[in-house]
Design a protein around this ligand. Structure first.
Ligand code: FE2
Length: 491
């Protein structure tokens, strides 16, 4: 369904049913390898390359339900575009934990987001083992395909076969178990900047910079007072910026086997968010100290982008009024969207001279998974795209793609409602394009009508025409997290 933006869009009814939405949270155990032959429209010939996606493929282990999708084992989906055709392949990341549970046919590990071993609290008490699930993102960098999960080192995969090759330590710069976040940023001059969080009463933030060969060329540590739950960050030419949302961590229920580590994180609504501005190595600001600014409480999983403007840093982020906490006895499939605060797009202006922060709501619509033109990371930019709710107000599942023009303050929406549910969109520039929005927006959409997923391709300059192509897969892909595109083709 395609709709045009209207400020007077009355919400008479829901744009979805809970039952349809739940269908995307079924495990996919089978691994496929095929050319996609059911296609509406035409795949552009100029669209050459590989879209990699990652996300939880299993929502249960042999019928034992996981408490939260974030605890699910990482499953890679690869869609390769070549000469107007598209090939699909999926494969699980064969982590040690995935293989052990597959062999045992039951849950062997506690999950960060609430999954417990069968047998009640006694079976879980004082078990602090973490299962590396490698389920959050996937990047192809320095000719290495890396499955990322924020609490540990990446898993290295073969991009041709998606076979798991082992853990990646970047020539021993990482030590076993050392974190490497799932949200790296790639600079316009071809560096990959990433971070790691080692939480505690004092949290260590580590910043890595990698060259285009995939080698870590710098690694710097910063100690920050207090517990941090930081999932994403932003960079500019001279800075890395982190939002330390106000949370506290009480480990006792985790230790006693009553709750998972994630369930022990509690929001402190009366405390401010701290914005930590760390100069990048070898930048003009390298000799400056770390600055900490404050803004209102709230919670941010994902930022869109940031850029410098004189003495100011501008940061665009998806901000929630509060973090929705995962309760031990809750069922995520029964989430009441309307009862939770939506994620909304905000702009933060940081004044580095007087240490003041101004914030402004840019758009009411519930949205997540923002994406921009890849060469504008850390620079001023005009267009952003995000998965969004069908209606412009209220909280609801992601069913649409929003295009926002920050310059003209106009919006376009392409919606898959009522029976389609949207994954993270990726913007792919057309080769040799000159305009910022000249390219395609590609996303996976779960279609509840057929219990299968579609790859949808939109012309980013013309949402009103609908999809350029819609590729029907032979099966569904459980709702995923993040992914990336490379112009290289792997089949
Ligand atoms: Fe994320």
């Amino acid at each position: 369904m395609q709709i045009l933006e209207s400020q007077n869009n009355p919400i008479a009814e829901k744009s979805y049913t809970q039952e349809d939405w739940q269908g995307g949270y079924k495990s996919l155990t089978q691994e496929y390898d095929y050319w996609i032959d059911e296609i509406e429209g035409h795949i552009p010939l100029e669209l050459q390359g590989t879209l990699f996606r990652n996300g939880p493929g299993l929502l249960d282990i042999n019928g034992q339900r996981l408490h939260h999708p974030f605890d699910g084992d990482g499953m890679i989906s690869r869609i390769t575009f070549s000469n107007g055709r598209a090939h699909f392949r999926n494969r699980f990341v064969e982590t040690d934990g995935y293989l052990a549970e597959k062999k045992a046919g039951k849950i062997l590990y506690r999950g960060v987001f609430g999954t417990q071993k069968p047998g009640g609290w006694l079976a879980n008490a004082f078990d602090f083992k973490i299962k590396h699930i490698a389920n959050t993102n996937l990047i192809y960098w320095g000719q290495k395909l890396l499955a990322l999960w924020e609490a540990a080192e990446p898993y290295l995969l073969n991009p041709q076969t998606l076979e798991t090759l082992g853990k990646e330590y970047f020539n021993d710069v990482l030590s076993p178990g050392e974190a490497f976040s799932a949200h790296p940023r790639i600079t316009p001059d071809g560096k990959l900047v990433n971070f790691a969080i080692k939480p505690g009463p004092t949290t260590t933030i580590t910043i890595f910079e990698l060259n285009s060969n995939g080698e870590i060329i710098s690694k710097q540590n910063h100690n920050i007072p207090g517990f941090c739950f930081i999932h994403d960050f932003v960079i500019t030419e001279n800075y890395c910026i982190f939002f330390q949302n106000p949370v506290k961590f009480n480990p006792i229920p985790f230790a006693l086997g009553i709750a998972s580590a994630g369930q022990c994180i509690k929001v402190q609504k009366n405390q401010p968010t701290k914005i930590i501005v760390i100069p990048r190595v070898n930048s003009k600001a390298a000799q400056d100290g770390v600055k900490v600014l404050e803004t209102k409480a709230g919670f941010i999983f994902h930022h869109v982008n940031a850029f410098e403007c004189g003495n100011q840093i501008v940061i665009d982020s998806i901000c929630y009024e509060s973090l929705t906490e995962v309760e031990p006895n809750s069922d995520y499939r029964k989430t009441e969207f309307e009862a939770n605060a939506p994620g909304q797009l905000w702009r933060f202006n940081l004044d580095l001279l007087d240490n003041k922060v101004q914030s402004q709501l840019i758009d009411n619509r519930s949205c997540e998974f923002p994406t921009i033109h890849p060469t504008n990371v850390g620079k001023p930019y005009r267009y952003l795209y995000a998965a969004a709710a069908h209606y412009p107000i209220g909280n609801a599942p992601l069913q649409a793609i929003l295009k926002l023009d920050l310059e003209s303050d106009t919006r376009e929406i392409w919606s898959a409602a009522p029976r389609g549910f949207m994954g993270e969109p990726i913007f792919i520039p057309r080769p040799n394009s000159q305009q910022e929005d000249d390219g395609w927006v590609i996303a996976l959409v779960y279609d509840a009508e057929y219990h299968r997923s579609d790859v949808v391709i939109l012309n980013a300059q013309d949402f009103q025409k609908g999809t350029v192509a819609k590729l029907h897969l032979k099966h569904h892909i459980p709702y995923g997290l993040h992914g990336s595109f490379t112009p290289e083709t792997f089949i």
